[in-house]
Design a protein around this ligand. Structure first.
Ligand code: CTP
Length: 401
């Protein structure tokens, strides 16, 4: 679970999008987080505290200005308990107060006391959002390290159309996850390839392979969460684009070659997880091929080797990670590939190992380094292996600096 063991303090402030914070509470719990909800009094006009108490299984703290209620102590204890502090929806008012250190209610006093990372999700009327004073306040918060999850554009409750809709729950969860993830790949440009390629025989048929794209998508997703600027060049794969990732869709090996080689120079790290077709039909028929009585032979011609080309053009400081999928002589073939293609790291997995391979959610791989070192982490989810691959590449880039 992505947020297992984390305590999220969720502050709900008074706007019509407050009802969406109920879904956020539920999804945060599904992701493994403990959720403590704080509401401003005006938020309770839009949605009842009971909703959040039921969803979070915790008492909701509301700003009542009730002097019998020990809020001074409570706000400090909540501030300390938070692994991450989230204000969603955040009104223009709470954003202005946060930017200027005003602490005049439960939410703002707790916010001022916390040392946890803070995620702010603005939601308000377009005019209020676009107002330079709100934008300036958000800029102030961003510069201070707050994570702002930008609102979406669309039709707003007030009837206006424009920016100001609370971001989707999935984007909010991603913002929370990013806030608790060390941004050790910040400012790095990472290009990942993933999925199979398809080589057309005619308008209805193609040659391809069983790659699902899961490993490459996991690397792209984790790199983006760790702060990298990620481009994912993907062959046809039935997977959603990971958040924070720029995706470029390609079909054939030659299209992938163009998409990757044209962007390669700008990258700090290139991870070539795609299962690229080594051959394509020498001829692609313009019309559907009709069957005849006898057998059919198809002549195949070589595709360009993208990784080998990247290896030839590698600029100083750039890191290249290749993949090898083998059915026999895994490590010999892999170390040969590492050398031939001038990689810094090669991730080798055998189709014969249980839990490893194309369609699985787990992988078992040996990491081969250019200096001859080898490492075989245990069988693990592809996301975890993705993190290990990125850790090792980061280590190599630091030792090269
Ligand atoms: N690769 C590539 N372009 C190709 C073929 C492969 O960039 N035309 C990359 C893959 O993305 C992967 C690595 O090369 O990172 C290994 O691919 P593989 O086809 O297994 O290696 P080959 O050198 O082609 O070896 P062989 O087919 O003999 O196993």
């Amino acid at each position: 679970m992505r947020l297992a063991g984390k305590t999220v303090v969720l502050c709900v402030t008074g706007g019509i999008a407050a009802y969406k914070a109920a879904d956020l509470t539920s999804k945060l719990r599904h992701a493994g987080a403990a959720v403590r909800v704080l509401m401003t009094e005006s938020a309770t006009q839009f949605i009842a505290p009971m909703t959040f108490e039921s969803l979070s299984s915790n008492r909701v703290v509301v700003d009542t200005f009730d002097r019998n209620f020990a809020w001074e102590v409570e706000h400090v204890s909540l501030a300390k308990a938070a692994d991450v502090f989230v204000i969603a929806p955040a009104t223009a008012n709470v954003i202005a107060k946060a930017a200027h250190g005003i602490a005049d209610d439960m939410v703002t006093t707790t916010l001022l006391a916390t040392k946890a990372p803070v995620v702010i999700a603005p939601a308000m009327n377009t005019g209020m959002y676009d107002n330079p004073v709100t934008q300036q306040n958000l800029e102030t918060l961003r510069a201070r390290g707050f994570h702002i999850v930008d609102p979406a554009a669309g039709r707003l409750a007030c009837g206006d159309t424009g920016r100001g809709k609370l971001a989707d729950t999935a984007d909010l969860i991603w913002g929370v996850e990013k806030a608790v993830t060390p941004q050790d790949l910040r400012d790095r440009r990472v290009l990942v390839t993933a999925g199979p390629t398809q080589e057309a025989l005619d308008p209805v048929r193609f040659l391809s392979n069983h790659s699902s794209g899961k490993m490459g998508y996991a690397v792209a997703a984790r790199a983006a969460l760790r702060g990298a600027e990620v481009t994912l060049v993907s062959g046809p794969a039935a997977l959603g684009t990971p958040q924070g990732v720029r995706r470029v869709d390609v079909v054939s090996a030659r299209e992938m070659y163009e998409a990757v080689v044209s962007r390669a120079d700008a990258q700090d790290i290139i991870v070539k997880a795609a299962a690229v077709g080594d051959y394509r039909p020498a001829q692609t028929a313009d019309e559907k091929m009709k069957k005849g009585e006898g057998d059919l032979s198809v002549e195949l011609t070589r595709n360009p080797d993208i990784l080998a080309e990247l290896g030839r053009k590698k600029r100083p400081g750039q890191l290249l990670c290749g993949f090898a999928m083998e059915t026999q002589n895994l490590l010999d073939n892999a170390s040969d590939k590492l050398r031939r293609k001038n990689c810094d790291l090669l991730v080798a997995n055998s189709l014969r190992d249980k839990g490893a391979g194309f369609q699985t959610d787990t992988n078992l791989a040996t990491l081969l380094f250019a200096d001859g070192r080898r490492e075989t982490p245990p069988l693990m989810p592809k996301e975890e292996l993705a993190d290990i691959i990125l850790d090792r590449l980061l280590m190599l880039s630091q030792s090269a600096r």
